[in-house]
Design a protein around this ligand. Structure first.
Ligand code: PMP
Length: 316
């Protein structure tokens, strides 16, 4: 779908996956005016296909578009476009237990311009791909203590899914991977005393049966999985606190886990902060495992969807 600035998005079409033509002076190429989303479709045992909370992705894209001075498709247009893509690619949704169809909506400034300003034209497009599990096994996180390598500071774009939030991760990630770690855990760039999020997931700690997760304050992404896991944990009787979580608290936690569309819910096996390494409980008896089972059960139609989070995609 295309839209000139301020106009409504025009009706789009479904075409085979391929390259798109773009002006060398497009806003996205020169000034990073772009957002993306990520969501999954799962096949149920009885052959239906379910999306998980696509309205939340639509709302998050809308908030991001406001921040980046872009028009955005309405939530109705967004969800409808996602459904159409899934219908057109239904045969690529893996069977139950074999993965999911990952759906990637993009909203980018494609109009040409010279000079820092919002692009005069925008494109909303969606592509998709079948995926298996994103990470194999529990995570070994390296805390990035060089604050100049933070993804986003106060007032930045950490609270939206801007394409520009990911390139700053590469150096920290490359160092971490070269040293055998699976991901990087970022700290708040103002003090370096509190944990924020990993490269593509939110983080939680468990101590004495109470769960804490960094509050949404504009520097971390308000994850849809994070929000869902908070609700599931409360329903299971846990106390959940959204607040600043210090590095010391994290190092003293009983359990730690990450949440995200790609990772779902994954245990953290260890965290290394400077010279200190802490190992956490992993395996089937963890809270992380219990939360993951419940979330996946809802997403795949195996457990009752009491909160109406899933949206069935029908061919008609
Ligand atoms: N933080 C970051 C930086 C991410 O890229 C993601 C993945 N979208 C998340 C957190 C988790 O968000 P969600 O649960 O909506 O996938």
């Amino acid at each position: 779908m295309k839209c000139a600035k301020g106009d409504k998005f025009s009706q789009g079409s479904i075409v085979p996956f391929g390259n798109i033509e773009i002006s060398p002076s497009a806003g996205i190429l020169n000034y990073g005016q772009g957002l993306f989303e990520g969501l999954k479709a799962h096949r149920t045992e009885d052959g239906h296909v379910l999306l998980f909370r696509p309205d939340e992705n639509a709302q998050r894209m809308k908030r991001g578009a406001d921040r980046l001075c872009m028009p955005s498709p309405s939530p109705g247009q967004f969800v409808n476009a996602v459904k159409q893509i899934v219908i057109a690619n239904k045969r690529w949704v893996p069977p139950p237990g074999k993965g999911s169809l990952y759906i990637r909506p993009l909203l980018i400034g494609t109009g040409a311009l010279l000079g820092v300003a919002p692009a005069p034209e925008y494109t909303f497009l969606i592509y998709c791909s079948p995926v298996g599990s994103y990470q194999k096994g529990a995570l070994n996180l390296k805390v990035e203590d060089k604050l100049y390598r933070a993804i986003s500071g106060c007032g930045g774009t950490g609270g939206i899914k801007s394409v520009t939030n990911y390139a700053p991760v590469y150096t920290a990630m490359a160092d971490a991977k070269a040293n055998g770690f699976s991901d990087v855990l970022f700290l708040d760039s103002a003090t370096g005393k509190h944990i924020e999020e990993a490269s593509a997931c939110n983080v939680f700690v468990l101590k004495d049966n109470a769960i804490s997760t960094p509050a949404i304050d504009g520097t971390i992404l308000p994850g849809i999985t994070r929000k869902s896991i908070i609700d599931i944990a409360i329903d299971l009787g846990y106390q959940v606190m959204e607040r600043s979580v210090s590095v010391e608290e994290m190092l003293g936690a009983d359990e730690m886990f990450c949440t995200g569309t790609a990772v779902v819910v994954n245990s953290v096996a260890s965290v290394t902060y400077k010279e200190t390494r802490v190992d956490y409980k992993t395996g089937p008896a963890t809270l992380s495992s219990k939360l993951r089972k419940t979330l996946v059960g809802i997403q795949t139609g195996c457990l009752e969807d009491k909160k109406s989070w899933t949206v069935r995609v029908d061919s008609t």
